[in-house]
Design a protein around this ligand. Structure first.
Ligand code: SPD
Length: 382
């Protein structure tokens, strides 16, 4: 099982406030077109990123500074991005796959190697992080990290307290993976990520198995457990849970760290009285890295490099982390990251928590197919 403890977590930092950012969602521009751009940069840039994953000023500021128009599309699943990339001629200039998906897409020849000389902020990337990432992108040839985070438990503080007398139980996956516990949250709304590649490894880890096992019999232990939970799961979705937690229509989710914390902040700002919190359970969980990469057939290369380099500027990376509550890979940004975020152990896990985090491996195609089949069975209740 791969373990990673970021060194900079122990570094004492000067507090430098960057200033408050608004918390409105990024307006998604038109999705990138179908590869019809000219062979040289056209004054546009086609970006395809995760939803709720960029500070609202970043794209407009880049457009102004560079004098280009950015077509900014969003997705909420690695599988969706992968289908578009493997189909070819996606029209995208910059995409943001999770590391383990990137590894597989590199093997499929989807990306061009990065010309690091065109990224003047490359030297500012955290060397420990780059070493860790090189396990799946050897030599860091094809991508640079954008943001990273964990998969954990998002919950409504009052509903959990009403059901269990306190929120202590959120410190363990027992809350979600024991049917007798999950059933107590059924009526206030339980949502799971709609992502077998995210959820199954977390269940395997909880069961004491290798989260990256490719053994069909081991994988089926996870789905057997998930089937016992199915009656209590209201829905599977990988982005709607942010709004659902915010407005109180969901009370318990398996979700991604920054997304849950955005829900917490949105609820606080709305004054609706809903209190949301995020937990990294003590049994450990998946750590993910989302990566910036350029498809082989990208047409607007100068703009693609300029955009990636822009995102790696310490002040831009800090503004992004302040807005989306995900850590970035640029250590020089840390003094500009809000103290509340920098000191939040659910965002920057302390060493003892980090020691329990595992990374997801590149799945062989047959294991991927197995995951997909089991997931469909789970969702449809077969
Ligand atoms: N709303 C942004 C969520 C980004 C999550 N990325 C997850 C990648 C998991 N491997």
């Amino acid at each position: 099982m791969a373990m990673w403890t970021p060194k900079w977590l122990c570094v004492a930092l000067a507090a430098v406030a960057l200033g408050a950012c608004g918390k409105k969602d990024e307006a998604a521009g038109p999705a990138a077109g179908g590869g019809t751009a000219a062979t040289a940069d056209t004054g546009t840039l086609n970006v395809y990123n995760w939803s709720d994953y960029i500070a609202e000023d970043i794209v407009p500021n880049f457009e102004r500074e560079r004098g280009v128009r950015v077509n900014y599309g969003v997705f909420d699943s690695n599988e969706v991005l992968e289908a578009k990339l493997l189909a070819g001629a996606s029209g995208f200039d910059v995409v943001v796959p999770g590391l383990q998906f990137l590894g597989r897409q590199v093997q499929a020849g989807v990306f061009q190697p990065l010309d690091k000389a065109r990224l003047k902020n490359y030297a500012g990337l955290d060397p420990e992080l780059m070493k860790r990432i090189a396990v799946q992108d050897p030599g860091n040839q094809y991508a640079v990290p954008y943001l990273w985070g964990t998969t954990g438990i998002g919950y409504n503080v009052d509903k959990l307290t009403a059901a269990f007398g306190s929120t202590d139980i959120a410190g363990s996956w027992d809350l979600v993976f024991k049917p007798e516990n999950l059933s107590k949250m059924k009526d206030c709304g339980v949502m799971f990520l709609d992502a077998p590649s995210e959820v199954i490894p977390v269940v395997l880890n909880y069961l004491g198995e290798d989260p990256n096992s490719t053994d069909p019999a081991v994988i089926e232990k996870a789905t057997a457990l998930l089937k016992t939970l199915r009656p209590y799961i209201q829905s599977f979705h990988s982005s709607q849970y942010i709004d659902a937690l915010t407005n109180g229509s969901a009370c318990l989710v398996i979700g991604w760290s920054g997304d849950v914390l955005q829900a917490r902040d949105r609820a606080d700002e709305s004054g609706n009285g809903v209190k949301v919190a995020y937990s990294i359970p003590k049994e450990g969980t998946a750590l993910f890295f989302d990566m910036l990469a350029i498809p082989k057939d990208a047409k607007n290369l100068d703009n693609a490099y300029a955009f990636i380099d822009y995102l790696l500027r310490p002040e831009v990376a800090a503004a992004n982390s302040n807005y989306v509550s995900y850590p970035n890979p640029v250590p020089a940004s840390l003094p500009m990251v809000d103290e509340a975020i920098r000191n939040d152990p659910t965002i920057y896990p302390p060493a003892e928590t980090a020691a329990k985090l595992f990374t997801l491996a590149i799945l062989p195609p047959e294991v991927d197919r197995h995951y997909t089949r089991l997931w469909t069975e789970l969702k449809t209740g077969r």
